[in-house]
Design a protein around this ligand. Structure first.
Ligand code: ADP
Ligand code: MG
Length: 297
């Protein structure tokens, strides 16, 4: 379990994380989403034990992460920008990791080799960016970590390899109850793999929910009336568009309750549509980002 409580991080007076709290339950796959500059990488570097916080707590299984080798051994981290020692090959990195992480499993490394078509004797810097990412996944999974922290992990991977790494990661979660936190701007990708989602913006958590809760909180409805009909004004409409008679509404609330209320208005047509994570993200962030859109040049 990962717990972050009121985390504050400042860079030369700029507040990158502003009292941020998040909880990732054991065995969860938690997707962290947010626009560029939201503070995702900064948060993740605290979870990897790289940054010391200016305030608040950063805990793994109840223990502080920073400067705590016993806790850091349980954590695998794949950074957004991958770094390897210049001359190091995959095999060199494997030997290095084996020394650093007691849980590193050489047999597992062997076995996973089938999934990754990489030349283990080539210096890493001669591998493509995508191949370096593959190597990072290979090494991270072989570490047999209890917690996996991934910063935009599938950037640079081809579609086949993306599916491959998600499948390896999710089967690890299923078999060993690994806890995963993954940041991405690719919401569609997170939708398929995550069971929890946190949306952050400007160093704060905007909302944090399980995916099913999120989908229960916002609803997309298409409806048409025979004549102009006013909607009840206590409904919270996040977005409204119209094509002829057909209206599309994004509303806050539960699908069953909201559609039952609208059905009372006797529409000609009423349908509840599935909402993608991307739509939830856009409409939840809509308010917070409003000032950006209002800038007039
Ligand atoms: P994200 O990963 O969500 O795109 P980051 O965590 O990288 O965002 O950055 C959050 C904010 O903190 C940005 O405004 C960024 O400019 C600032 N920031 C990040 N790292 C540093 C640093 N080392 N020094 C100064 N400012 C930083
Ligand atoms: Mg980042």
């Amino acid at each position: 379990m990962i717990e972050v409580k009121n985390l504050v991080k400042r860079f030369e007076g700029f507040t990158a994380l502003d009292g941020l709290s998040i909880t990732v339950p054991t065995g969860a796959v938690y997707g962290l989403v947010g626009p560029n500059g939201a503070g995702k990488s900064t948060l993740i570097r605290h979870l990897a034990g790289i940054y010391r916080q200016d305030g608040g707590e950063v805990l793994a299984d109840g223990e502080p992460i920073f400067d705590n080798p016993a806790v850091k051994r349980k954590i695998a981290y794949i950074p957004d920008e991958i770094f390897y020692y210049t001359q190091a090959t995959v095999l060199d990195m494997m030997r290095f990791m084996r020394e650093v992480y007691p849980s590193f499993d050489a047999a597992c490394f062997e076995k996973l080799g089938e999934a990754f078509a990489l030349d283990t004797k080539r210096p890493m810097r001669k591998l493509s960016k995508g191949q370096q990412k593959q190597a990072a996944f290979w090494l991270a999974l072989s570490q047999r970590p209890q917690i996996v922290v991934l910063d935009e992990p599938v950037d640079g991977l081809d579609p086949v390899m993306r599916r491959q790494v998600w499948s390896l990661l999710l089967s690890d979660v299923a078999e060993r109850g690994t806890t995963v936190l993954v940041s991405s701007h690719n919401l569609r990708e997170l939708e398929d793999v995550c069971d929890h989602v946190g949306i952050m913006n400007r160093g704060k958590m905007l909302l944090e929910h399980s995916l099913s809760e999120l989908q229960d909180n916002v609803v997309k409805i298409q409806l048409a009336f025979a004549e102009d009909t006013a909607l009840p004004d206590d409904l919270t409409i996040l977005h409204q568009s119209r094509t002829g008679r057909l209206q599309q509404l994004i509303l806050r609330g539960r699908a069953d309750e909201t559609s039952a209320r609208l059905a009372l208005l006797n529409p000609l047509f009423l349908d509840v549509l599935p909402l993608s994570l991307e739509e939830i993200f856009i409409y939840e962030l809509g308010g917070a980002e409003h000032e950006v859109k209002d800038i007039v040049l």
